[in-house]
Design a protein around this ligand. Structure first.
Ligand code: GRF
Length: 191
């Protein structure tokens, strides 16, 4: 039977779209629902175009989880992918999906992780500290921001004249290339 994914996203949703396109022809995995905590986020427009149902969630819904749990059970969700989701995942959700909640972070964790470290804030800090390399981390999610078991890291160089724009483009390229196949491997127990 096809494994089903729920993607959680708060922003533009470029990774969400990339993941949906990657699995659109897959015989084994499909994206069943896209959850967001921001009803006006661009990810909602992308989901509409991709014809994937969306659900707006808030902190209370996540923390209580009963309502969401029923929706996820009915939709037979096997795993959750966080693609730029800014709310913390409470333990009640972690317990329901052990080792099946996957996050991507735009740095080489543990560097530049934790509260407030998201999106361009990460790249700004990397540039400010004159790092010579950065990259992406794909990891399982636990109770703390950006701290679960690392599944994959990929590096890219930071040039001396690197700008925020060029750096975020480099990192995004890695995200697009490696996130979907890594999700696939995790779901197929190949990692
Ligand atoms: C990505 O950089 C991802 O690493 C981080 O949030 C960003 C989401 O971007 N967790 P988008 O909404 O997929 O464009």
């Amino acid at each position: 039977m096809k494994k089903k994914l729920a993607i959680f996203a708060s922003g533009s949703g470029s990774n969400t779209e990339n993941i949906c396109r990657y699995f659109s022809e897959s015989p084994d995995i499909s994206v069943a629902i896209i959850c967001t905590n921001k009803k006006d986020a661009f990810v909602v427009k992308r989901a509409k175009k991709l014809q994937i149902p969306t659900l707006v969630v808030n902190k209370t819904m996540l923390n209580d989880f009963n309502h969401l749990k029923k929706i996820f059970e009915d939709a037979k969700i096997d795993a959750i992918v966080l693609a730029g989701f800014l709310l913390k995942i409470p333990s009640v959700v972690l317990e329901k999906y052990p080792k099946k909640i996957i996050n991507i972070h735009p740095s080489l964790l543990p560097k530049y992780g934790g509260r407030g470290m998201y999106g361009d804030n990460v790249h700004r800090a990397v540039l400010k500290n004159k790092e010579s390399e950065t990259g992406i981390t794909i990891h399982l999610v636990n109770e703390n921001y950006d701290e679960g078991r690392v599944v994959l890291q990929k590096k890219c160089s930071v040039a001396p004249n690197e700008s925020l724009k060029t750096l975020s483009k480099k990192v995004r390229k890695l995200e697009f290339k490696f996130f979907p196949p890594t999700i696939e491997k995790i779901l197929k127990n190949k990692i």
